[in-house]
Design a binder for this molecule. Structure first.
Ligand SMILES: Cc1ncc(C[n+]2csc(CCOP(=O)(O)OP(=O)(O)O)c2C)c(N)n1
Ligand SMILES: CC(=O)[C@@H](O)[C@H](O)COP(=O)(O)O
Ligand SMILES: [Mg+2]
Length: 636
């Protein structure tokens, strides 16, 4: 049954902020959790967002706000997609129905929205570093009573940044608590050695619990102080490694390890948090949780229920529209075409940093499991790993969301571009992505990749162009080749065109015109084409339209033609206005002494919030109406 009217809750309705929660008894916490979980299910069923992760952290969220003095004490959520319960307990339950909507609650915690949100969330693996910074700052300011807690998932723990944070935490004076929320899932299944290591730790559960109890008792009795504790750890670790040929990696780094414990027993969780809260030195608490906990379909298929869209909260049936007559997703075209190419070219391999389903690399994984790699949330590694394979003769297609590629900038320069290694860098989610907001918009790649020598940078206007660019990119001697395309559907229902080469650096004149020229890059060219048609029909203008296809190398013949023939040129791109395609055209015209009036349509120099892509296009003047208004401006 769909949610029709607000449900009333016995305890949850009395909690607006954590102070209210802290007035309850420990015995009441399970009921709070049950109500909070139900409320998340009800809310998400009609206003979609990240779902399964927040169900898995209900007890942790309640326990944290119960035990810690938030917001004075700092909780740093990693990614923040698991923090819906946190939002509801921190003054945003009433407005939660606007979550992820334009002008509504933001998709991930951010201090811009609430004092309870301590840092920027969205990109994985930053929580330990940020929390360590806060802990050090607190100590420097003499705030001895301020506690800092980082909450990081097992998937996010696979990221290099998390390891850097751990490494630094182990050797810097701090009292940080790291909570490892281990549900054995990223968006898809967790991968890698850390996941295996955490699983193995489970098997030594009894040992860790015994050790925790013993050390607590000795502390209480005054037998154990910090120096003796460290000596004891060294002694117990050496005994343990002798016995089990294995050392706890965290303990080995001087980070005290507790767990693993059941992350859904809220009373026990609160008790343990209280016990370890004031212990000196860095600590890690390892929780076992179930992604999707308490909602059976999500527990069974947490991958699908990571962000399932609307659903019926009673039956668990997902509400999906019939898409059979719609153009395909660019992601499907990418995945299917990659398999087609890999069947013919044995050198092709696929790489994804933890987004196999999102980018459709899972199609290659299923068809050719030994030729596709999910490397975990490790974009920098994905790029360098691809470079290594390319150096030895393979042809990697490394697919990374545009905004996550920001993490791999130096890897692309240092480990791919300098040696001109033939890696195809597929930038999925290029352009404004919608409800995930400013952390996830893929709007900087054109500007950040354009200055790098040896790179070819392209963007297809439709599915056929995507297939042709993918085909072209894997031909011999093409060097590093970037292909950027957006989240969502293309424009051609019949997308399976023959695979043909596109000459590198060659754009297209889509139509001639006399009054002004429009230069576009990528799928936004389709919106521009509609606006052009309207301006011609309604205002009698004659407008030339060029699809540049390549930002690098630029089609100089095409640009000379535009520079020679037009006094007014409008560039349109789904990316930052500063530094991208429009800037490249400006530079070209200036360098060649052309003096047209150039207007650049693109994302302005500000962080764009969340909303539907359509709403955000409108906000940036990049929708059909916005483009039309610019086209006719001088004609009014
Ligand atoms: C740098 C970066 N890469 C990829 C993602 C996409 N992403 C969001 S959540 C997630 C999985 C996180 O797994 P985990 O930390 O275990 O959290 P869980 O969902 O299991 O609670 C991924 C890959 C991201 N947000 N940031
Ligand atoms: C939290 C996060 O970073 C991902 O879950 C992201 O929201 C996925 O985006 P897509 O839905 O575009 O794959
Ligand atoms: Mg996980």
């Amino acid at each position: 049954m769909m949610k029709t009217e607000p449900t009333t809750y016995n305890l949850l309705d009395s909690i607006s902020y954590p102070e209210d929660l802290r007035k309850l008894s420990v015995e009441q916490l399970p009921e709070v959790c049950e109500e909070l979980r139900q409320d998340i299910i009800q809310e998400l069923s009609c206003n979609p967002g990240h779902f399964a992760a927040s169900l898995g952290t209900v007890e942790l969220t309640v326990a944290l706000h119960y035990v810690y003095n938030t917001p004075y004490d700092r909780i740093v959520w990693d990614v923040g997609h698991q923090a819906y319960g946190h939002k509801m307990l921190t003054g945003r339950r009433e407005s939660f129905c606007t979550n992820r909507k334009f002008k509504g609650i933001r998709p991930f915690p951010t201090p811009v929205e609430s004092d309870y949100d301590t840092f920027t969330c969205g990109h994985a693996s930053n929580s330990i570093s940020a929390a360590l910074g806060m802990a050090v700052a607190a100590a420097k300011k003499g705030e001895k009573d301020r506690h800092v807690v980082a909450v990081i998932g097992d998937g996010s723990m696979s990221g290099g940044l998390a390891f850097e944070g751990l490494n630094n935490a182990s050797s810097t004076a701090n009292n940080l608590l790291i909570i490892l929320n281990d549900n054995d899932m990223a968006i898809d299944r967790s991968v890698g050695g850390m996941k295996q290591y955490l699983f193995n730790l489970t098997t030594s559960n009894r040992y860790n619990q015994l050790r925790f109890k013993a050390s607590k008792m000795l502390f209480k009795m005054g037998v154990l102080n910090e120096d003796r504790r460290k000596a004891l750890i060294r002694f117990s670790n050496s005994l343990k490694s002798m016995a089990a040929q294995q050392q706890n990696i965290f303990e080995g780094m001087n980070i005290r390890y507790f767990g693993p414990i059941n992350g859904h027993d809220v009373k026990n969780l609160a008790r343990i948090l209280r016990d370890i809260k004031d212990m000196q030195g860095p600590k890690i608490l390892h929780l076992h949780t179930v992604k999707g906990k308490g909602f059976e379909p999500a527990e069974k298929e947490p991958g699908i229920w990571h962000a399932p869209g609307k659903f019926d909260p009673e039956t668990g049936e997902r509400i999906t529209a019939d898409t059979s007559n719609l153009p395909p997703l660019y992601q499907t075209v990418f995945g299917e075409t990659l398999v087609e190419l890999a069947e013919k070219n044995p050198k092709i391999v696929g790489v994804t940093p933890a987004m196999p389903t999102g980018c459709s690399m899972n199609i290659l994984m299923q068809a050719m499991p030994d030729r596709a790699f999910d490397v975990g949330i490790a974009e920098g590694h994905a790029a360098t790993f691809s470079g290594g394979m390319a150096k030895e003769g393979l042809q990697p297609f490394c697919n990374i969301y545009s905004s996550f590629m920001q993490r791999a900038y130096d890897n692309v320069i240092h480990d791919i571009a300098i040696l001109r290694l033939p890696v195809v860098l597929c930038l999925d989610r290029a352009g404004l992505v919608g409800e995930d907001g400013p952390t996830h918009h893929g709007v900087y790649d054109l500007a950040y990749f354009r200055p790098i020598p040896n790179l070819t940078i392209s963007s297809p206007m439709d599915e056929h162009e995507l297939r042709r660019l993918m085909y072209t990119a894997q031909l011999p001697d093409k060097g590093p080749f970037v292909i950027r395309y957006p989240r969502g559907r293309g424009v051609l229902v019949d997308w399976k065109c023959p695979l043909e080469e596109i000459p590198v650096g060659k754009g297209r004149k889509l139509k001639d015109g006399k009054d002004l020229a429009v230069i576009t890059l990528g799928p936004i060219g389709n919106i521009a084409a509609r606006a052009i048609k309207r301006a011609e029909t309604e205002k009698g203008l004659s407008i030339a339209h060029y699809d540049l296809r390549f930002l690098k190398p630029l089609d100089e013949t095409l640009l000379h033609e535009a520079g020679r023939n037009f006094k007014r040129i409008i560039t349109i791109e789904d990316g930052a206005r500063k530094g991208g395609m429009g800037s490249a055209v400006l530079e070209f015209m200036a360098d060649n002494s052309y003096t047209p009036h150039i207007e650049r349509i693109g994302v302005p120099d500000t962080f764009i919030e969340h909303g539907t892509v359509q709403e955000l296009y409108q906000l940036c003047g990049m929708d059909e109406e916005g483009i039309y208004n610019i086209l006719i401006k001088n004609d009014e």
